[in-house]
Design a binder for this molecule. Structure first.
Ligand SMILES: CC(=O)[C@@H](O)[C@H](O)COP(=O)(O)O
Length: 268
């Protein structure tokens, strides 16, 4: 289904920016702040567990983001089963309240038992999502690029699905484009490509394919110059969306001359 909405609509909120960003792995809070500004993002995800535990890089994080301008997307990173994820989602809602976002019921649902590839558990994700939807959360589940689980999550009331391009932090880009294309074609909710994007052109690729947004963390935070890379991702996301809306030239197995051949003076 072609989605031509001007804004990214998640639940009942609209966003101009289609680039969502993470807050982990930055060399300092100052670099993170400057990078976030350059992304022009309006949604920032925070790991509830890491913020609460004041883990490395997370002390002072809450205070360093302008929550009047940025919509918080609490995430359940570090949860390996549905029960933990539900508990952390509830804490995330309280965190958003503390930041002054009384009506924020968003949660980026991550249920990740696999420490090596950080792949999400589809059964645990579905179970947690069902409960969180019942509790009134706007649920954005992180999933493998599986069209069936994407559809099931849509049917139980998730606000988006967030299929991975490749494993978190791997910078391998979009390794599963065919499956992602199926998810995009079949969904009636926004699709946000989350994880594994390595360079801005891959963010553009996701948007060109018809994804509604991308979520980037490592490729910005761990770039040699994160502040400049943030800007590059912002431009790439916008370019990819414009490319999608413009309607691409269809691929052709044959060449097609750039100038008309009719009326050309013959050699004979
Ligand atoms: C911050 C966050 O939510 C990550 O778990 C997310 O999946 C981003 O992945 P990359 O770090 O690969 O961009």
């Amino acid at each position: 289904m072609q989605k031509t909405n001007k804004f990214l609509k998640i639940g009942n909120k609209e966003f101009k920016s289609r680039l969502l960003v993470g807050t982990g792995k930055y060399s300092s809070l100052e670099v993170m702040q400057k990078s976030l500004i350059n992304t022009k993002c309006e949604i920032v995800t925070v790991a509830v567990r890491r913020v609460q535990g004041l883990e490395h890089g997370h002390k002072g994080l809450m205070e360093s983001i302008d929550w009047k301008r940025i919509w918080m997307l609490p995430n359940t990173a570090g949860c390996s089963n549905a029960e933990e994820a539900i508990r952390i989602a509830r804490l995330g809602r309280e965190l958003a309240k503390l930041a002054g976002q009384e009506t924020n019921n968003f949660v980026k649902l991550e249920v990740i038992p696999d420490k090596k590839y950080l792949l999400p558990d589809p059964i645990g994700t579905l179970k947690a999502a069902e409960q969180l939807v019942k509790e009134g959360f706007t649920v954005l589940p992180y999933i493998n690029s599986d069209p069936l689980i994407a559809k099931q999550l849509e049917e139980i009331g998730c606000a988006t699905v967030m299929p991975l391009g490749s494993p978190i932090g791997s910078a391998q880009g979009i390794r599963n484009a065919a499956n992602i294309a199926m998810i995009i074609a079949e969904s009636r909710i926004p699709i946000i490509i989350d994880a594994g994007i390595g360079v801005p052109s891959e963010a553009a690729q996701a948007l060109e394919m018809g994804a509604d947004g991308v979520l980037i963390n490592s490729a910005i935070a761990l770039a040699e110059n994160p502040i400049l890379m943030a800007q590059a991702f912002s431009k790439a996301t916008e370019a990819g969306r414009d490319g999608y809306l413009s309607g691409r030239l269809k691929e052709n197995p044959l060449a097609s001359p750039s100038s008309p051949l009719d009326g050309v003076i013959s050699n004979n």
